[in-house]
Design a protein around this ligand. Structure first.
Ligand SMILES: [Zn+2]
Length: 88
C-alpha cells in the first residue's frame, strides 16, 4: 500500500513538473515568435527616404517631412526652406 502511494506521488510530481516545463517552453516559444514578428514588421515598415538637401538615405521613421519633402535633420530642413525662400 505504501509503495503504491509513493509511486502515485512520484507520478504526480513528474506529471506536474512536465506540465510546468511544457508551459514554460510554450511561453518561451511564443515570446520568440512575437519578437521575430516585431522584427519583420520593423523591416517592412522601415521604408527608406532621401534627404532633399543632402541626398542621404535614412529610414522614414527617422526622417522629417516638410511640404512633401523628406529631410535627415531639422538643420537641413531649415537650410532647404531658407534657400527656397531666397530663390523665390
Ligand atoms: Zn540632409
Amino acid at each position: 500500500m505504501n509503495l503504491l502511494l509513493i509511486r502515485l506521488i512520484i507520478f504526480a510530481v513528474l506529471f506536474f513538473a512536465g506540465l510546468k516545463l511544457y508551459r514554460m517552453y510554450r511561453e518561451w516559444k511564443l515570446e520568440r515568435e512575437e519578437l521575430l514578428e516585431k522584427d519583420d514588421i520593423r523591416d517592412e515598415g522601415g521604408h527608406m527616404v532621401r534627404c532633399t538637401y543632402c541626398n542621404v538615405h535614412l529610414p522614414e521613421s527617422d526622417a522629417l517631412r516638410e511640404r512633401g519633402e523628406w529631410f535627415c535633420s531639422s538643420a537641413h530642413r531649415d537650410k532647404y526652406l531658407e534657400e527656397r525662400k531666397t530663390q523665390d
